[in-house]
Design a protein around this ligand. Sequence first.
Ligand code: PRE
Length: 343
Amino acid sequence: MATALNRLSTNCILELQPTIKIYIEQRAIKGKRIVRTPSKPYSKCRLKVSVMACIQNDDTVGEITKKKKKNAQPLELETLRRPLSITDLPNSVNQGSRLRVAYQGVQGAFSEAAAEKAYPNCEAFPCEQFDTAFNAVEQWIVDRAVLPIENSLGGSIHRNYDLLLQHSLHIVGEVKLAIKHCLLANHGVRLEDLKRVLSHPQALTQCESTLTKLGVVREAIDDTAGAAQLVFVHKLQDTGAVASAEAARIHGLNILAKNIQDDSDNITRFLMLAREPIIPGTDRPFKIESRPLHKKPLRASDVSNNGSPKYFDYLIYVDFEASMADPKSQNALRHLKEFATFL
Ligand SMILES: O=C(O)C(=O)C[C@]1(C(=O)O)C=C[C@@H](O)C=C1
């Protein structure tokens, strides 16, 4: 069993909530290969079990930094920061005093907005892939990474669950971002001209109904803003991109339609990752409790085989927020260790 623990800062003002929050992510592992199970919608995979949280505002938990003013200037293509690739890592060093925060994608990606929401005064650092962001933190090129972990419409971002296991970074907070997708195209291109739409696979999933109604071919790109950039750079006339209004501004595209996601309440949860854990004090009241799920026990059975048990091992990710310095948390984990083969 793998646990991902959020550890909260003592050197910032903590407002503790008695709210209980736990997320469970289940992955099948066959031999050493991780086999993906279908994503569960965010709301459906929440179970009430534990604990405490500190809040920066309604939807940011963890480290707290100061707010930054938004830059309203349009950006020239040449001025855009080139995303870090894996081969760049050894040649980059952290020279500035501002907190450097890695995210996946190019400027205008939702992950950049999440990084700026999590660390308002940061220098957001684009990375080509999720693992580049993990490596950039591990190699001291940046101080933090902010990466998506699940979305209320699209479900879990499995790649990042896998990377959390493969790397030894610590979750130091989380931030939730409302994702509002727009349909973008080059100026002069009309909705009826579009035959193809490019975007991040999660974004395409989140806009399933709109894109189906449009009858366009969908093509996956590394990130939403990258899709917008591609449409602009290649001056595509029959291809649009699903991305943010900010991506339209940065990459010089026209907004053909706003809010095209299947549900207006479309939220992505991002994790804030650091090299060091943040261990909060234990002097604040909080409660850990667990209840067995009588109606829906967590048992893997195979529906296609008369409900008989499945012969797979599963990785269950239990994500709870608590102080690791608190004896109650330590006891809870010690107890879990008694029957989990891997913790
Ligand atoms: O492509 C982007 O803009 C991203 O930040 C990535 C990402 C994701 O991985 O889920 C983040 C938020 C949205 O849910 C859509 C895409």
